[in-house]
Design a protein around this ligand. Sequence first.
Ligand code: ADP
Length: 624
Amino acid sequence: MAKKQFKAESKRLLDLMINSIYTHQEIFLRELISNASDAIDKLAYLALTDEKVGLNRSDFAIRLSSDEKMGVLTVSDNGIGMTKEELEENLGTIAQSGSFQFKKEMDKTDDIDVIGQFGVGFYSAFMVAEAVTVITKKYGEEQAYMWQSSGADGYTITPCEKDTVGTDVILKLKKDTEDEKYSRFLKSYELQNLVKKYSDYIRYPIKMMLEKSRVKDPEAEKPEYETYSEDETLNSMVPLWQRAKKDVSQDEYEAFYREKFFDFEKPLSVIHTAVEGAVTYKALLFIPGKAPYDFYTKEYKKGLQLYSSGVLIMENCEELLPDYFRFVRGVVDSQDLSLNISRELLQHDRQLKLIAANLEKKIRSELERMMEKDRETYEKFYEAFGLQLKYGAVSDYGAHKDAVKDLLLFWSNKENKLVSLKEYVEAMPETQKFIYYAAGENRTRLRGLPQAETLKEKGWDFLLFTDEVDGFLPQSIGKFMEKEFRNLEQDDLGLEEDEKAETSELDRPVLEFVKESLGDKVKEVRVGKSLGKHPVSLVPDAEMSFEMEKYLKRVNPDFRYESGRVLQLNPTHPVFASLRDAMENDKEKAKKYAELLYAQALLIADLPLDDPTAYTDLVCELMK
Ligand code: ADP
């Protein structure tokens, strides 16, 4: 019969597996058992609502059997099984599976050692087997099918006989070599050890017939032994989250996290809690160390795995996590939730809401703890997910600001490190009334702003708002510890010396002249406050900063709003005097000065020049 070819992606992975001289070959068993367990989950879930399945929870099991003479190891389950199409799809291609994730990472690193940390899926069987046969019958189907492959040259699928629903994965192990003793995977003690090591918390019994020996007749003077077989369950079946915190090691938590959530890195933090009372549940939550590649896209699905008394009822229960904590991964297990509850009902479930509210508090206090006690770890977290927290603060018109505002960090101009708003406010001298910030991507520009110098002279700090979303935070947060925010570039800085500065009658004609020469380019020309030693600045005439305007234009092409531009001049600057002088003696020259000052203000505000060439021509002309 003609062999079908593996899809190209799959073939590369398969080659990798077949040729791996890999020390963690043993993890193939974990992978096959985990697939078996997933398949049982699916049928067990069906059985809850469909009597026709005819199986109780206690009927489900995974079975290992080995035939030392034949060199064959079999992993069987009575789970959902696969149709012919599913065999084709699942085992002929690397779907959206662990294998796929794995392959992507491999393409990046080519470091074979990562296999052990990862769910690598079905193909890992080829690390130890020269041929793999899968015999499977899908629940509800009459016909069973057999999938066979000896590796990269392809596979066949043929109809076959199988009495019961489920799947047998049959491995013909590779021959032993000098270095590799594949036959060890046929020994019951080895299999027992591997199950304990990798699959102990699998929720279904992993059974195996074990050869044992006993004394034939206890009364006899000279004891004689006989051997017998007994079915034994190799795993304790207690899921990690059901165990007491003190009985679980850090390594176990980390291994569980990596395997379940397909991450190479260990989590930054583990939250393991058991709650009894108005609602009873156990939860095991993880804060990842880096954002998944799709985290800031719509593809990323937030949510926690939801179990009811050890049975998985939902892979991604979104209702358990607020958006601003959507990076958290983990499981929740509660006996209070009904097993066959529908998605729609679940959304309104009172118990679920209680759990979600409790978890939200737990996560927040864990983050607060990290921020206070372990700043280095917190900064790592913040680098990955800080943006999400900021989005949380501005989304829904700031409805969730109180949940996240204490968790935010910003770059402090004075301290040259990240500080929280609380830290900023607590360090403010008494005379400073506002939380100052400057917004924009370019830190050098922000640090060099005219107003920055004014603050620096007073020894006051300001925050660098370098993420686009930052500019929206002051509006949604409002006041922090009674202090208002002030935008360096745009707002009145509220300095006492500025209060005294009035536009003098002497300056007014100069301002009017500049406005006249610039025409519609600016809405107003006025005397600027807090400009220090700098001659000019440009500010919008409305609430919305230039940065916000730029951002909104980019995310929404239909956004048409443009705030008016206000040119601010510093009458104490020598340039102002030159301008006045030119205005009185050489109007043409004064017009050029006005153009020049306007262009400089644009540059400082990080706005494009209307006509860069004209600007440079002008500079050159005046230099001559
Ligand atoms: P993953 O388990 O990460 O999805 P695998 O390569 O291990 O990736 O398996 C691919 C797919 O094959 C699984 O998602 C599942 O649909 C199917 N599969 C594997 N083993 C079994 C099994 N024992 N019973 C039913 N389906 C299975």
